[in-house]
Design a protein around this ligand. Structure first.
Ligand code: ATP
Ligand code: MG
Length: 293
């Protein structure tokens, strides 16, 4: 097995039954050294470039990559580094923030549906509809702003949302959208170090947010919510990857490995030219040759 496939398999969760977050160590590096990882990462990035071209040319599949994590886990950096080789024309990144008034006037998947990648494209969700079973679950006042009819908010609400999400993802899978979901799993201690660095290093000051520090107080509630959502939404066609996030170089390597492995599994090919099209191409060549200059 190649290192990529090994890494992708090690952190994949495709059945949530009995899933325990505790079994995953945020500091894990699978025994690799940073120098070796660099080389593998570069290789993955160049493989991605070639396969993305085929994905685009073939115009059949789309790839949806979902990133979820606590603050400072490195979502932005992972997206930037791992996708540095892909053609920006074939890739759309969207960051989901607190919903706007207009968005709150719709069902919670509405804004995500509008951002789904077209065929041939890679779509990246930096946060996603999974916030609907995370921040909304941890802070009941967020739910109260969603304008749901009160009769529909019952004890089964979260199970209903998990079911909605499972069905939605299955529907997308049936239509050719391949989904891969990344939970960048950071330790609370490493998050503190990264917040301190944002205070201490002037070029990182802009990233510091006092609100993020307050959100740390809900750490355990978030971990419980993550564990529960992974248990309920990890499936074969739409797996979660619980990626160790205390070492950024390792996070990026695993994310890249998963993307390469996923694209490889699609066995992408440039579209074949039919005999008729080939004739047309020959005719076009003759035409070009005949005309001077
Ligand atoms: P960065 O801080 O690196 O810019 P970020 O993803 O943390 O990235 P922020 O603007 O700081 O971006 O945070 C976005 C906020 O929006 C988060 O607190 C998140 O919980 C919140 N959010 C996202 N989706 C929803 C949602 N559906 N309902 C309520 N809040 C949401
Ligand atoms: Mg933030």
């Amino acid at each position: 097995m190649t290192i990529k496939r090994k890494l992708a398999a090690a952190y994949r969760v495709e059945s949530g039954k009995g899933f325990r977050l505790k079994k995953y160590d945020p500091g894990d590096t699978a025994g690799l050294r940073e120098e070796d990882a660099q080389e593998h990462l570069q290789h993955s990035i160049s493989q991605m470039e070639e396969m993305q071209n085929k994905l685009y040319a073939q115009d059949r599949w789309s790839l949806l990559l979902i990133f979820q994590a606590m603050d400072a886990a490195g979502k932005d950096g992972a997206i930037k580094h791992v996708l540095s080789g892909v053609n920006p024309q074939g890739c759309d990144v969207h960051s989901f923030k607190v919903p706007s008034e207009e968005e709150l006037d719709h069902d919670y998947l509405w804004r995500s549906v509008k951002r789904l990648p077209e065929r041939g494209k890679i779509g990246i969700f930096n946060r996603s509809y999974y916030e609907e079973v995370l921040v909304v679950r941890v802070h009941p006042e967020v739910l109260s702003r969603e304008k749901m009819p009160p009769q529909l908010i019952g004890k089964d609400l979260w199970q209903e949302r998990f079911q909605d999400i499972r069905h939605f993802e299955k529907y997308l899978a049936h239509n050719g959208t391949v989904i891969r979901k990344f939970f960048l799993h950071l330790s609370k201690g490493e998050q503190k170090q990264r917040f301190l660095a944002r205070l201490d290093e002037p070029e990182k000051n802009w990233k510091f947010s006092a609100a993020d520090v307050r959100e740390r107080e809900y750490w355990d509630e978030y971990m419980t919510a993550y564990e529960d959502l992974i248990r309920n939404t990890a499936t074969k066609h739409s797996p979660w990857y619980v990626i160790p996030a205390d070492h950024k170089w390792f996070t990026r390597l695993v994310v890249a490995s998963v993307i390469v492995e996923t694209l490889e599994s699609l066995k992408l090919q440039y579209p074949r030219v039919s005999a008729e099209q080939r004739k047309a191409l020959q005719a076009a060549r003759k035409e070009l040759d005949r005309k001077s200059a």
